[in-house]
Write a protein that binds this ligand. Structure first.
Ligand code: AMP
Length: 217
């Protein structure tokens, strides 16, 4: 079993790319953002605890997120693709300790880089399917649904994430910029690290990612 990691700022297309990759490659998509949003919408104890941080674009504490991830990894047997985890150096170090203790191999760490000014337009125009088991991601400019406000795949209403406002994006980017450099530094220079230019049409990024992962799987 291997785990792979997608790195990149909010709005860089990690989620969209991860969802498409798992359709064509034998990988299990694990998005900490999706798991936490699901907990918030179900108002579980975890959801109630993390709700305010998430709405304000703040990171949830490392122990909470590591706990969720390690519990999930213990249940999985196939190769996993992380989207949105690890987000801090401390999470990356804890993940490595956990993987070593379980005999799990770290696969690729793919860094999707994109200019900051691109992100606001992407995030403000992002709409996601409100049905958590579908979760399809749209963009009103570049990938609009066929019927306004309705998911093409499952017919559920689309929603605008509460942290996809310019204000919350600002906090999320501030958090990202604070934590990203040490995280990137941890992986950069290792044989696992790959860089992908994110300011390109999503199909081109997808093709590049497929190529990278096919060499690894
Ligand atoms: P995302 O869907 O990846 O943009 O994550 C949405 C929100 O969930 C983030 O702004 C954080 O509040 C929280 N979150 C997701 N993943 C993590 C993580 N690895 N560490 C801390 N907070 C996270």
């Amino acid at each position: 079993m291997k785990v792979h990691v997608l790195l990149g700022p909010p709005g860089s297309g990690k989620g969209t790319q991860a969802k498409q990759l798992v359709e064509s490659l034998p990988l299990i998509h694990l998005s900490t953002g999706d798991i936490l949003r699901d907990a918030v919408s179900k108002e579980t104890e975890l959801g109630l605890r993390v709700k305010a941080d998430m709405a304000g674009g703040k990171l949830v504490d490392d122990n909470t997120v590591n706990g969720i991830v390690f519990a999930r990894l213990q249940d999985e047997t196939g190769d996993v693709l992380f989207d949105g985890y690890p987000r801090t150096l401390s999470q990356a170090e804890s993940l490595q300790t956990f993987l070593s203790s379980q005999g799990i191999t770290l696969g690729l760490v793919v860094d999707i880089e994109i200019q900051e000014h691109e992100l606001e337009m992407r995030v403000v125009n992002r709409r996601v399917c409100s049905n958590n088991s579908c979760g399809e991601i749209y963009n009103l400019n570049t990938k609009a649904p066929r019927v306004e406000g309705i998911c093409d795949l499952c017919g559920s209403p689309l929603k605008h994430r509460s942290d996809d406002t310019p204000q919350a994006l600002h906090s999320r980017l501030a958090e990202f910029n604070k934590t990203f450099e040490p995280l990137q530094g941890y992986y950069k220079g290792t044989p696992n690290y790959r860089y992908v230019e994110g300011n390109r049409p999503p199909e081109q990024i997808h093709d590049r990612l497929v190529q990278l992962f096919q060499e690894q799987i």
